[in-house]
Design a protein around this ligand. Structure first.
Ligand SMILES: Nc1ncnc2c1ncn2[C@@H]1O[C@H](COP(=O)(O)OP(=O)(O)OP(=O)(O)O)[C@@H](O)[C@H]1O
Length: 890
C-alpha cells in the first residue's frame, strides 16, 4: 500500500514537472510574440487575469500531510499508523510543531523556520529511541507559539517521505490562534489535511477548529477516527485473512461511536450524506470522483486504502486544477489568434471592395446631383416664379407683423431696406421648403451606406487627421446640393447663398423714392415698397445663380473626395500589407505554437483524469498513424485511439491545429467526435512522443463497406449522412479537404460519420497548401487558391463510388502512372466515367459537384434534398418489392 501511495506522489511530481515545462514554454512563446502583433496586449491582459504566473509557485509547493485532531492521542495514532512505527507517544500534550522529512538515517533536531537549526541537546540524542521522548515534543514553559517556539524536525528513511513529501503535526493551539499559528509554521505547502478523532463526538472547540481549517485550506478533509486507541500499522495489507478479520469492527460500541461521529459530521455539513464511513469489508468501496470535494470519514482499520484514495484525490484534484487553468489559457489565446486571423482575412478581402464601392457610389452621387443642378434650374425658376406671384397677390401677408416690432422715426432708406430684407427672407423660406421637398429622397439611398462605408475605412487611418476626409467631402457634396439636414431651414445653405445673391442684385436697383429724410411710415407706402421689390426680382436669374453655385460646390467637393480617397487608399494598402504579415505570422507561427501548447495541456488534463487508454488490438493504419481498439476510456465504449508520432515540428503543429479544431467543434451525429487525447512521452524510448487521439470506435469504413457490398438505399443513406457531415463542418467555418471512402466510418447500422480531420482547417487559416487524396482533389486545389467547394468536388467523386457500389478506381483514372498525370488530365476536364447502372439524377448530381469551376458546383444544401428524394423513392420501391415477394399466394 505504501508503494501505491509513493506512486501517487511520484505521479504528482511528474505531472508538476510537465506543467512547469509547459508553463515555461508558454512564457517563452509570449516573449517571442511580444511586440510582433497588436493583439498581444489583449492576450497578455487575459493571461494576467487568468493568473498563469500564479500557477508556478503553486507547483513549487511540496505535498505535506497535515495532521490535526481532537488530541495528541488521536494524532499520534494516525502518524504511527502511517509511518508504521510507534514514533509518537500516545499519551502526551502541548506539542511543538513536529515535521517528518526524509533522511538516510533516523535523526532529530530543533529548528527555527526552515534554515536555522538550533544547537540544543535533546533527550533523543542521549540514548537510542523508538518513540520520540515526551520532553523533546513538549513546548517549554517559556516558549510562546507565536513568538519563539522551535519546531522538531524528524528525519526518517521512509519510502513515502522520500518522494519529497512531508508529514507535519502542527502545534497544539487554541482555536483563536489557529490562523496565525498555521501562517507561522505551515508555509507554502500543498496540504493533505487529516483530522483525527478518538472520541465518539466532536466538541464545540473541535467543530470550530474544523470549520476554520476548511476555511483556510479549502481542500477535502480526511477525518480519521481512532478505534480503541490501537495503532494499526500500514502493513495491514500483508496480514493474513484471519488477522485482517480480527481488525473488523466487532465491537458494537466502537462501531456505534463511529456511526455517531458520522451522523454528527453529516449534520454539521462536514461530510456528505451519500458518502461513507469507510470500514473494511463493509460493502463495496466507492471510487472517488476526481473533482469531488467530499470529505471522508475513515476508521484506522482501513487507513491504508482509504488514505491512499484520499491522497490520490487531493493530488489529482490539485494538479488537475492547475493543468485545467493552463489549458484554459492556451485555448483562449489560440481562439483569439484564430479569430483575429479571421478578422484580418476579412479586412484584407473587404477593404479594396469598400474603396471601390465608395468610389462608385460617390461618382453616381456626383453625376446625379450635377444632373439635378442642371435640369432643375427650370424647376427652381418655376418655384421662384410661383412664389413671387403668391407673394405679390398677397403683399399684406408678406408684411404681416412687420410694424409690431419697429421703432418710429427711421429714415425712408432704413425702412425700405428692412422691407426688402423681409421680402427676401419670405421668398427664401418658401423656395427652400419647396426644393427640399422635391429632393429629400436622395438622403438615404445615396448617402447613408456611403457615409458608413467611408467612416469604417477612415476609422483606423489616423494619419488622415487634419486633411479633408473622403466622408467630409461627400457630406459637402450633399449639402452643397440640397442641404440634407431638413430640420433647420435657417441653416439651409441654399437659402443663405440665395440671400447673398439677392442682396447683390438689390444693390443695383434704382429706388426712385429713396431720397433720404424723414418719411412717414404708413402702411400703403410699405406695401408699395414690397410690391416694387417683388416686381424687380427675376425668377430666372435667381434660379440660374443657384444652379451655378450648386455646380461649383459639387464639383469642388467631388475633387476633394477624389484626392481624399486616393490618399486613403494609399494608406490602407500600407496597413493591409502589415495586416497580411501579421496574419501569416499568426497562421504559420503563433497559432500552431499555441495549438501545440493547448494539445499538451489538454492532454495532460485527460491523462490526469482518465489515465492512458489500454490498447486491445490494431484496427487500421493510415499514412500518419495507427488506429487501435482500446478498453473503455472516460466512459467511451467501444473506444479507439489513433496514435500519431509527429516526426518533426511541422507535423506537430499540424496535428495540434487539427486537434484544436476537432476538439472544439460541438458534437454532431455525423462527425466522429474526438473525445480526448493523451501524449505518451515515453514512446520511442522518450525520443519521439506519440499523441493518442481518442474517439468512439466505429464498425468499419466505407471502403470496407462497399467491398463487402451495401444495398443501394443504404448507400444513398450514407451519401446523405456524408453531406450532412460536410455541411456541418462548413457551418462551423471548417473545410475538411480529405473527403474519401476511408474517412467515412460506418456504425453497426451502417449510418455514416466523417472522421480524420488531419487536413480540416478554417477557411481564414488556409494557406493554399496542396493536401488531400489525389483522385478526390479538385483541380483548383493544385493552384493553391481554393475554398470549401473542394469538399463538394470530393463528394462528387465519393458519390461516384457510392453509386458504383464498389471501390475500383474509375477506368478513366486507372490509366495513369502517377498523380501528376492524373492531375493534368483532371485539369483538362477528365472525370470518372458514367457507369451503366447510374441513375440519370445521380449522374447529374455527380457532374454538378465535380464541375471544373468551383462557383458552378451546387450548394450541398441543394444537393441534400435531391438525394433525399432519390433515397425515398428507392426505399419505397424496395419496400414495395419486399411486400409483394412476401405476399402469400391466394
Ligand atoms: N474511430 C474509428 N473506429 C473504427 N475504425 C477506425 C476509426 N478511425 C479509423 N479507423 C480505421 O483506421 C483506418 C486508418 O485510419 P486513419 O484515419 O489513420 O487513416 P486514413 O484516413 O485511412 O488515411 P490517412 O492517414 O491517409 O488519412 C481507417 O481507414 C479506418 O478503417
Amino acid at each position: 500500500m505504501l508503494i501505491d501511495i509513493t506512486k501517487e506522489f511520484r505521479k504528482y511530481s511528474k505531472h508538476c514537472h510537465s506543467l512547469k515545462r509547459i508553463i515555461q514554454e508558454t512564457e517563452s512563446s509570449f516573449e517571442e510574440i511580444n511586440n510582433s502583433i497588436q493583439l498581444v496586449d489583449e492576450i497578455k491582459e487575459d493571461l494576467l487575469k487568468t493568473g498563469i504566473n500564479q500557477l508556478r509557485p503553486k507547483l513549487e509547493q511540496s505535498p505535506t500531510i497535515l495532521v490535526f485532531g481532537q488530541n495528541c492521542r488521536a494524532k499520534a495514532s494516525f502518524v504511527n499508523t502511517f509511518l508504521g512505527q510507534n514514533i509518537l507517544p500516545s499519551f502526551s500534550s502541548k506539542w511543538r510543531c513536529v515535521t517528518f522529512i526524509y533522511g538516510h538515517t533516523k535523526n532529530i533536531h530543533l529548528t527555527l523556520g526552515h534554515e536555522i537549526e538550533i544547537v540544543e541537546r535533546l533527550q533523543a540524542h542521549e540514548k537510542s529511541w523508538t518513540t520520540i521522548p515526551d520532553g523533546d515534543l513538549q513546548r517549554g514553559d517559556n516558549e510562546c507559539l507565536l513568538e519563539y517556539c522551535p519546531s522538531l524536525e524528524v528525519e526518517l528513511p521512509h519510502i513515502v517521505l522520500k518522494e519529497n513529501v512531508k508529514l507535519m503535526v502542527p502545534p497544539d493551539c487554541p482555536p483563536e490562534q489557529l490562523t496565525e499559528t498555521l501562517y507561522k509554521y505551515v508555509e507554502n505547502v500543498l496540504p493533505i489535511v487529516v483530522y483525527t478523532t478518538s472520541e465518539g463526538v466532536l466538541s464545540d472547540a473541535n467543530i470550530q477548529e474544523i470549520r476554520k481549517l476548511k476555511d483556510i485550506y479549502k481542500v477535502p478533509f480526511l477525518v480519521f477516527s481512532v478505534w480503541n486507541g490501537e495503532t494499526k500499522t500500514c502493513s495491514t495489507e500483508s496480514l493474513t485473512e484471519s488477522e485482517q478479520h480480527s481488525l473488523e469492527p466487532e465491537n458494537d460500541h466502537e462501531f456505534r461511536n463511529l456511526q455517531n461521529l458520522r451522523d454528527q459530521l453529516i449534520r454539521l455539513g462536514l461530510i456528505s450524506d451519500n458518502e461513507n464511513v469507510k470500514t473494511v469489508n463493509k460493502g463495496e468501496r466507492k471510487s472517488h470522483c476526481l473533482e469531488c470535494s467530499l470529505d471522508t470519514l475513515i476508521s484506522d482499520k482501513s487507513v491504508n486504502e482509504d488514505f491512499l484514495s484520499h491522497i490520490k484525490n487531493v493530488l489529482r484534484y490539485t494538479v488537475l486544477r492547475l493543468a485545467a487553468k493552463l489549458s484554459e489559457v492556451h485555448n483562449k489565446c489560440l481562439r483569439q489568434f484564430i479569430l483575429s486571423a479571421f478578422d484580418m482575412a476579412r479586412e484584407i478581402q473587404i477593404t479594396p471592395k469598400r474603396i471601390e464601392y465608395a468610389q462608385k457610389v460617390e461618382l453616381q452621387l456626383y453625376e446625379t446631383l450635377m444632373n439635378i443642378a442642371c435640369e432643375q434650374q427650370e424647376e427652381i425658376a418655376v418655384i421662384i416664379q410661383r412664389t413671387l406671384l403668391d407673394m405679390k397677390s398677397n403683399v399684406a401677408e408678406v408684411l404681416e407683423g412687420y410694424n409690431e416690432n419697429v421703432t418710429l422715426n427711421r429714415t425712408a432708406k432704413t425702412v425700405t431696406m428692412e422691407i426688402q430684407q423681409l421680402v427676401l427672407s419670405r421668398l427664401n423660406t418658401s423656395v427652400a421648403t419647396q426644393i427640399v421637398q422635391s429632393v429629400g429622397c436622395l438622403h438615404e439611398s445615396f448617402t447613408g451606406t456611403l457615409q458608413r462605408c467611408l467612416e469604417s475605412l477612415e476609422k483606423n487611418c489616423h494619419e488622415l487627421e487634419g486633411s479633408v476626409s473622403a466622408s467630409d467631402a461627400v457630406r459637402q457634396i450633399v449639402s452643397a446640393a440640397y442641404n440634407i439636414d431638413l430640420n433647420s431651414s435657417s441653416s439651409f445653405s441654399i437659402v443663405h447663398s440665395l440671400m447673398d445673391r439677392l442682396k447683390t442684385l438689390l444693390s443695383t436697383f434704382a429706388l426712385p423714392w429713396s431720397s433720404g429724410g424723414q418719411v412717414q411710415c404708413h402702411f400703403q407706402w410699405q406695401l408699395q415698397v414690397a410690391t416694387n421689390m417683388i416686381d424687380k426680382l427675376s425668377a430666372y436669374k435667381l434660379a440660374k445663380t443657384i444652379s451655378v453655385q450648386f455646380k461649383e460646390h459639387i464639383k469642388s467637393s467631388h475633387e476633394s473626395f477624389q484626392s481624399a480617397i486616393r490618399l486613403l487608399e494609399h494608406q490602407l494598402s500600407g496597413q493591409l500589407e502589415q495586416t497580411e504579415e501579421q496574419r501569416i505570422a499568426i497562421r504559420k507561427r503563433h497559432a500552431p505554437r499555441f495549438a501545440r501548447l493547448t494539445l499538451e495541456s489538454t492532454s495532460l488534463c485527460d491523462l490526469i483524469r482518465y489515465g492512458m487508454p489500454k490498447q486491445l488490438k490494431e484496427i487500421g493504419r493510415g499514412q500518419y498513424g495507427v488506429v487501435s481498439a482500446c478498453e473503455p476510456w472516460a466512459g467511451i465504449n467501444p473506444c479507439a485511439f489513433k496514435s500519431v508520432v509527429p516526426p518533426d515540428d511541422r507535423h506537430w503543429n499540424d496535428l495540434a491545429m487539427e486537434f484544436f479544431y476537432t476538439r472544439t467543434i460541438p458534437e454532431h451525429p455525423r462527425i466522429v467526435k474526438l473525445r480526448g487525447s493523451v501524449i505518451d512521452y515515453s514512446y520511442g524510448g522518450g525520443t519521439t512522443p506519440a499523441v493518442l487521439l481518442i474517439m468512439e470506435r466505429m464498425t468499419r469504413d466505407l471502403y470496407c463497406g462497399l467491398r463487402c457490398g451495401l444495398s443501394w438505399h443504404v448507400r444513398l443513406r450514407i451519401a446523405i449522412d456524408v453531406i450532412e457531415g460536410i455541411r456541418y463542418l462548413h457551418s462551423q467555418g471548417l473545410v475538411h479537404r480529405d473527403i474519401k471512402l476511408k474517412n467515412v466510418l460506418l456504425d453497426a447500422r451502417d449510418r455514416a460519420k466523417l472522421t480524420d480531420f488531419g487536413f480540416c482547417i478554417p477557411e481564414a487559416m488556409m494557406s493554399g497548401s496542396i493536401v488531400g487524396t489525389p483522385v478526390h482533389m479538385a483541380p483548383e486545389l493544385l493552384s493553391g487558391r481554393y475554398d470549401s467547394k473542394v469538399d463538394v468536388y470530393a463528394f462528387g467523386i465519393l458519390f461516384w463510388y457510392i453509386c458504383a457500389g464498389q471501390v475500383r478506381l474509375p477506368t478513366h483514372f486507372d490509366q495513369f502512372q502517377n498523380k501528376e498525370q492524373l492531375w493534368n488530365s483532371v485539369r483538362r476536364g477528365m472525370r470518372p466515367e458514367c457507369l451503366p447502372n447510374f441513375e440519370v439524377a445521380c449522374w447529374n448530381l455527380m457532374e454538378q459537384c465535380w464541375a471544373a469551376d468551383p462557383t458552378e458546383r451546387p450548394l450541398l444544401g441543394h444537393v441534400q434534398p435531391q438525394l433525399e428524394e432519390i433515397y425515398n423513392s428507392v426505399k419505397n420501391k424496395t419496400f414495395e418489392k419486399l411486400g409483394s415477394s412476401t405476399k402469400t399466394p391466394t
